[in-house]
Design a protein around this ligand. Structure first.
Ligand code: FES
Length: 146
């Protein structure tokens, strides 16, 4: 089972609920009622709904026909019959923070990469390749990388 946006792949047994799978993968899902199907806080979006159980009475109570058609389910109520991708809705503030951290991580990766000449082509041009610096490479001093 794959969880988004956590990018977590979790191996689960057939018949386990999405909530149980999330717990195995240490993925936080809201669950005010403790998984009894009464609060409706554990809504998730299932992209492969044919691989899940049919909606329970509790799901029909908390999810409209439109939401069910869109693929929303209660994580504590639906169980797995095969592979599925689960999208956990994020709070808007949490989503913004996650996206900012992801952007910052990408910028740091770009800044730490270095262009190193690898070959001189026929007409004297230098081909370059982008690579990550090696902390143990003595040529780091030549390139001014400390
Ligand atoms: S945890 Fe309350 S409905 Fe699923």
């Amino acid at each position: 089972m794959r969880f988004q946006p956590q990018r977590a792949e979790i191996a689960v047994d057939r018949g386990q609920s999405v909530m149980e799978a999330a717990k195995l993968g240490k993925i936080t899902l809201p669950h005010k009622c403790g998984g009894h199907g009464s609060c409706g806080t554990c809504k998730v979006l299932v992209e492969s709904k044919t691989d899940l159980s049919i909606p329970t009475k509790m799901e029909l109570r908390h999810l409209t026909e439109e939401k069910l058609t869109m693929g929303y389910r209660l994580a504590c109520q639906c169980s797995l019959t095969g592979p599925a991708t689960i999208t956990v809705p994020e709070e808007p503030f949490r989503r913004v923070v996650r996206e900012m951290l992801e952007l910052q991580r990408q910028e740091q990766m770009i800044q730490s990469s270095v262009l190193i000449p690898v070959a001189v082509a026929d007409e004297g041009t230098v081909e370059e390749t982008e690579t990550m610096p090696d902390d143990n490479d003595p040529s780091r001093e030549i390139w001014g990388l400390y």
